[in-house]
Design a protein around this ligand. Sequence first.
Ligand SMILES: Nc1ncnc2c1ncn2[C@@H]1O[C@H](COP(=O)(O)OP(=O)(O)OP(=O)(O)O)[C@@H](O)[C@H]1O
Ligand SMILES: [Mg+2]
Length: 138
Amino acid sequence: MKQYATGAPAETVAVTSSSDVVTARQMVRTLAQRSGLSLVHQTKLVTAASELGRNMLVYGGGGVVRAAPVSDEGRRGIFVEFTDEGPGIPDVELALTDGWTSGNGMGLGLSGAKRLVDEFEIESGPGGTTVRIVKWGR
Ligand SMILES: Nc1ncnc2c1ncn2[C@@H]1O[C@H](COP(=O)(O)OP(=O)(O)OP(=O)(O)O)[C@@H](O)[C@H]1O
Ligand SMILES: [Mg+2]
Protein backbone atom coordinates (compact mmCIF):
# COMPACT_ATOMS: atom_id res chain seq x y z
CA MET A 1 0.00 0.00 0.00
CA LYS A 2 1.22 3.46 -0.88
CA GLN A 3 2.21 5.80 1.97
CA TYR A 4 -0.42 8.50 1.62
CA ALA A 5 -0.04 12.05 2.90
CA THR A 6 -1.92 12.40 6.16
CA GLY A 7 -4.13 15.42 6.79
CA ALA A 8 -3.75 15.27 10.57
CA PRO A 9 -1.80 13.27 13.15
CA ALA A 10 -3.03 9.71 13.59
CA GLU A 11 -5.47 9.00 16.39
CA THR A 12 -5.12 5.75 18.32
CA VAL A 13 -7.29 3.54 20.48
CA ALA A 14 -5.85 0.64 22.49
CA VAL A 15 -8.20 -2.34 22.28
CA THR A 16 -8.38 -4.79 25.17
CA SER A 17 -12.15 -5.22 25.48
CA SER A 18 -15.34 -5.09 23.41
CA SER A 19 -16.06 -1.58 24.61
CA ASP A 20 -12.71 -0.49 23.16
CA VAL A 21 -13.83 -1.86 19.80
CA VAL A 22 -16.85 0.45 20.08
CA THR A 23 -14.56 3.38 20.92
CA ALA A 24 -12.34 2.60 17.93
CA ARG A 25 -15.40 2.39 15.71
CA GLN A 26 -16.57 5.79 16.91
CA MET A 27 -13.15 7.31 16.28
CA VAL A 28 -13.21 5.99 12.71
CA ARG A 29 -16.77 7.24 12.19
CA THR A 30 -15.85 10.75 13.41
CA LEU A 31 -12.79 10.95 11.14
CA ALA A 32 -14.85 9.74 8.18
CA GLN A 33 -17.54 12.35 8.84
CA ARG A 34 -14.93 15.13 9.14
CA SER A 35 -13.36 14.07 5.85
CA GLY A 36 -16.71 14.32 4.12
CA LEU A 37 -17.27 10.65 3.30
CA SER A 38 -20.87 9.93 2.33
CA LEU A 39 -22.99 8.05 4.85
CA VAL A 40 -22.77 4.89 2.76
CA HIS A 41 -18.96 5.08 2.62
CA GLN A 42 -18.77 5.87 6.34
CA THR A 43 -20.87 2.84 7.13
CA LYS A 44 -18.82 0.52 4.93
CA LEU A 45 -15.60 1.74 6.53
CA VAL A 46 -16.97 1.52 10.07
CA THR A 47 -18.31 -1.99 9.45
CA ALA A 48 -14.90 -3.12 8.18
CA ALA A 49 -13.15 -1.47 11.13
CA SER A 50 -15.51 -3.17 13.53
CA GLU A 51 -14.77 -6.64 12.10
CA LEU A 52 -11.02 -6.06 12.10
CA GLY A 53 -11.08 -4.64 15.62
CA ARG A 54 -13.05 -7.65 16.81
CA ASN A 55 -10.60 -10.07 15.18
CA MET A 56 -7.71 -8.22 16.80
CA LEU A 57 -9.38 -8.67 20.18
CA VAL A 58 -10.54 -12.28 19.76
CA TYR A 59 -7.58 -13.79 17.91
CA GLY A 60 -4.78 -11.33 18.56
CA GLY A 61 -5.40 -10.81 22.27
CA GLY A 62 -6.02 -7.11 21.75
CA GLY A 63 -3.95 -4.43 20.07
CA VAL A 64 -3.96 -0.90 18.77
CA VAL A 65 -6.09 0.83 16.14
CA ARG A 66 -4.55 3.87 14.43
CA ALA A 67 -6.52 6.06 12.07
CA ALA A 68 -5.84 9.19 10.07
CA PRO A 69 -7.30 11.21 7.22
CA VAL A 70 -5.28 10.77 4.03
CA SER A 71 -5.24 12.44 0.65
CA ASP A 72 -3.99 11.54 -2.78
CA GLU A 73 -4.41 13.36 -6.09
CA GLY A 74 -7.13 15.56 -4.68
CA ARG A 75 -9.24 12.79 -3.17
CA ARG A 76 -9.68 12.36 0.54
CA GLY A 77 -10.03 9.19 2.52
CA ILE A 78 -9.40 7.45 5.80
CA PHE A 79 -6.52 5.12 6.61
CA VAL A 80 -6.91 2.65 9.48
CA GLU A 81 -4.29 0.25 10.82
CA PHE A 82 -4.93 -2.64 13.26
CA THR A 83 -1.87 -4.07 15.00
CA ASP A 84 -1.70 -6.94 17.44
CA GLU A 85 1.05 -9.08 18.87
CA GLY A 86 -0.93 -12.30 18.80
CA PRO A 87 0.01 -15.64 17.18
CA GLY A 88 -0.49 -14.39 13.62
CA ILE A 89 -2.54 -15.89 10.80
CA PRO A 90 -0.78 -19.02 9.49
CA ASP A 91 -2.47 -18.93 6.07
CA VAL A 92 -3.73 -15.47 5.13
CA GLU A 93 -5.23 -16.59 1.82
CA LEU A 94 -7.25 -19.28 3.58
CA ALA A 95 -8.32 -16.83 6.30
CA LEU A 96 -9.66 -14.54 3.55
CA THR A 97 -11.89 -17.31 2.17
CA ASP A 98 -15.61 -16.63 2.74
CA GLY A 99 -16.85 -18.90 5.51
CA TRP A 100 -13.47 -20.03 6.83
CA THR A 101 -13.07 -19.71 10.58
CA SER A 102 -10.64 -21.28 13.02
CA GLY A 103 -13.13 -20.71 15.82
CA ASN A 104 -16.87 -20.31 16.16
CA GLY A 105 -17.33 -17.33 13.86
CA MET A 106 -19.03 -17.14 10.50
CA GLY A 107 -15.71 -16.66 8.74
CA LEU A 108 -16.98 -13.57 6.99
CA GLY A 109 -15.17 -10.80 8.87
CA LEU A 110 -11.92 -10.58 6.93
CA SER A 111 -13.37 -11.27 3.49
CA GLY A 112 -16.26 -8.89 4.15
CA ALA A 113 -13.96 -6.15 5.41
CA LYS A 114 -11.82 -6.48 2.28
CA ARG A 115 -14.83 -6.01 0.02
CA LEU A 116 -16.05 -2.96 1.92
CA VAL A 117 -12.89 -0.86 1.51
CA ASP A 118 -10.75 0.34 -1.40
CA GLU A 119 -7.35 -0.82 -0.20
CA PHE A 120 -6.59 -3.72 2.08
CA GLU A 121 -3.35 -5.38 3.17
CA ILE A 122 -2.41 -7.95 5.78
CA GLU A 123 1.05 -8.54 7.20
CA SER A 124 1.11 -11.46 9.58
CA GLY A 125 3.69 -13.66 11.23
CA PRO A 126 4.42 -15.37 14.52
CA GLY A 127 4.99 -11.95 16.12
CA GLY A 128 1.55 -10.63 15.31
CA THR A 129 -0.74 -9.24 12.67
CA THR A 130 -1.12 -5.83 11.05
CA VAL A 131 -4.06 -5.05 8.78
CA ARG A 132 -4.18 -1.74 6.89
CA ILE A 133 -7.18 -0.36 5.05
CA VAL A 134 -8.06 2.79 3.15
CA LYS A 135 -11.55 3.97 2.24
CA TRP A 136 -11.71 6.84 -0.26
CA GLY A 137 -14.46 9.35 0.04
CA ARG A 138 -17.34 10.65 -1.97
N1 LIG B 1 -5.73 -10.65 14.13
C1 LIG B 1 -5.76 -11.98 13.94
N2 LIG B 1 -4.84 -12.79 14.52
C2 LIG B 1 -4.87 -14.12 14.32
N3 LIG B 1 -5.77 -14.76 13.55
C3 LIG B 1 -6.71 -14.00 12.95
C4 LIG B 1 -6.76 -12.59 13.10
N4 LIG B 1 -7.79 -12.12 12.37
C5 LIG B 1 -8.34 -13.18 11.79
N5 LIG B 1 -7.71 -14.33 12.14
C6 LIG B 1 -8.01 -15.69 11.66
O1 LIG B 1 -8.73 -15.60 10.45
C7 LIG B 1 -9.95 -16.35 10.54
C8 LIG B 1 -10.99 -15.67 9.66
O2 LIG B 1 -11.34 -14.38 10.22
P1 LIG B 1 -12.79 -13.81 9.93
O3 LIG B 1 -12.94 -12.51 10.61
O4 LIG B 1 -13.04 -13.86 8.46
O5 LIG B 1 -13.75 -14.91 10.58
P2 LIG B 1 -14.15 -15.14 12.10
O6 LIG B 1 -13.64 -14.03 12.96
O7 LIG B 1 -13.70 -16.53 12.44
O8 LIG B 1 -15.72 -15.07 12.03
P3 LIG B 1 -16.63 -13.76 11.87
O9 LIG B 1 -15.74 -12.57 11.73
O10 LIG B 1 -17.46 -13.99 10.63
O11 LIG B 1 -17.44 -13.72 13.11
C9 LIG B 1 -10.27 -16.37 12.02
O12 LIG B 1 -11.10 -17.47 12.35
C10 LIG B 1 -8.87 -16.49 12.62
O13 LIG B 1 -8.41 -17.81 12.59
MG1 LIG C 1 -13.93 -12.03 12.51
